[in-house]
Design a protein around this ligand. Structure first.
Ligand SMILES: [Zn+2]
Length: 246
């Protein structure tokens, strides 16, 4: 990240009225949530020969719920995590009428916690959970505090996180909304995630606006299509952007 790149991003932001932000794990690392797919991230490790993709799958949830919840509590829930400079800047941009929406692969709920309204959580949110039998809603604490499999206090059914597991389809209406925003965007900022890997590719492929910006710590597949690429931590980059009213 250098001053020239920040100036270029500032200029794009100042000229945009319908920015859509498409974010991945790299947006939340500054909040202390590890990047799922990075070399040292969650998905690099294995437990008993099982990859995290296997444990966090629909099949594993139904076959071995106890082990699923052990892993889920240990690696997916960060009750202390707070929005970082990236989340806060995106809230300011929405307030200033420059940002149309946020499409995120993250399940930490930090964009909503920062105050953003138009947030499309492609993989759901760890704060929303429900009883599989009576549909009663439960907060994240119900999962955290339970020992073993979390159970509904009314009917004893299993409480399932509203998080998309491997092997489950994405929520249809969230996808439709996200694609609509990306299609109408004048600028698309893809941050902390790869452009060319699913599900990002099927979403960002709808963009037909002017500026495609990539913010990421490491090179990502597909970044050669971008008008501006800035290498660095997403929070550190966005912290330097000034929000001017549209
Ligand atoms: Zn119930």
């Amino acid at each position: 990240m250098n001053d020239g790149e920040i100036r270029a991003l500032q200029q794009i932001v100042d000229r945009s009225r319908r920015i859509v932000f498409f974010g991945g794990a790299g947006v939340s690392t500054a909040s202390g949530i590890p990047d799922f797919r990075s070399a040292e991230g969650l998905y690099a490790g294995e437990e008993d020969g099982l990859s995290p993709e296997m444990i966090l799958s629909k099949t594993f949830f139904y076959l071995q719920p106890e082990r699923f919840f052990d892993y889920y509590r240990k690696h997916m829930l960060y009750p202390e995590a707070k929005p970082n400079a990236a989340h806060r800047k995106l809230f300011e941009l929405e307030q200033a009428d420059r940002l149309r929406g946020i499409v995120t692969q993250n399940v930490d709920g930090l964009h909503r916690a920062a105050g953003n309204i138009r947030v499309y959580e492609l993989h759901g949110n760890v704060h929303e959970n429900h009883c599989m039998d009576c549909n009663a809603p439960y907060p994240m604490e119900a999962i955290l505090q339970a020992e073993g499999i979390p159970r509904c206090k009314d009917c004893g059914g299993v409480i399932k996180p509203d998080v998309t597991l491997y092997g489950e389809p994405l929520e249809k209406y969230v996808c439709i909304g996200a694609i609509r925003e990306i299609t109408n965007a004048d600028t698309l900022v893809v941050a902390g995630t790869s452009l060319a890997v699913e599900p990002a590719a099927s979403f960002t492929g709808h963009f037909r606006g002017k500026h495609l910006v990539v913010l990421n710590r490491d090179p990502v597949p597909g970044e050669e299509q971008a008008t501006l690429v800035i290498r660095g931590d997403v929070a550190e980059i966005l912290e330097r952007i000034e929000v001017r009213p549209a």
